[in-house]
Write a protein that binds this ligand. Structure first.
Ligand code: DLZ
Length: 157
């Protein structure tokens, strides 16, 4: 799994369970859509690569990262094996960055504590769009790949 000097797309396949029969929801934020689409593609292709059936992957679009919490809590009602919350929050000139980043992190943490299905945090919190590009299929790999692997491993626990 990734560390500061490892690609987000590198992982040990031997640790990843077979995804056959797993049902996974992906909640995708529309803010910074170019980035969140790349994260979604990275995650989806990784799930397919580990035998999750395409019809067992459901996508739920939400307007922004703040809405990932509500989207994921709705998905908890539908008996998925895991939920991946995908967003990209970029530092601007307002304090929105801290408010939204903190709220999303705490909201997703609460969902993990209070519901059955693990909710994976696939939210980039970056200083610039360049940094986000680098982590969504650029030189640092793709956080979507890391999130999909995490979801499969958490189901297998
Ligand atoms: C308002 C806002 C701002 C300033 N920046 C981002 C961002 O970088 N990434 C993101 O996903 N969403 C952002 N939003 C939108 C909020 O997440 C939310 O959709 C709105 O505040 C409406 O609740």
């Amino acid at each position: 799994m990734a560390t500061a000097d490892h690609s987000l797309s590198q992982y040990d396949r031997s640790k990843v369970p077979n995804g056959k029969n797993f049902r996974i929801a992906m909640v995708v934020s529309e803010w910074n859509e170019v980035i969140t689409e790349s994260l979604y593609e990275g995650a989806k292709n990784t799930l397919l690569d580990h035998n999750v059936a395409e019809e067992n992957i459901e996508r739920i679009d939400v307007p922004g990262s703040f809405e990932l919490i509500y989207g994921a809590s709705q998905a908890q009602q539908k008996n998925f094996d895991a939920i991946i919350a995908i967003g990209c929050i970029i530092q601007g000139e307002t304090r929105h960055f801290e408010f939204i980043s903190n709220a999303v992190a705490h909201g997703i943490k609460d969902l993990n504590l209070n519901h059955k299905a693990p909710v994976v945090f696939c939210v980039l919190t970056d200083d610039s769009i360049e940094q986000s590009r680098s982590r969504s299929g650029g030189e640092k790999g793709n956080k979507g790949v890391e999130a999909a692997v995490t979801a499969l491993r958490m189901i297998g626990l």
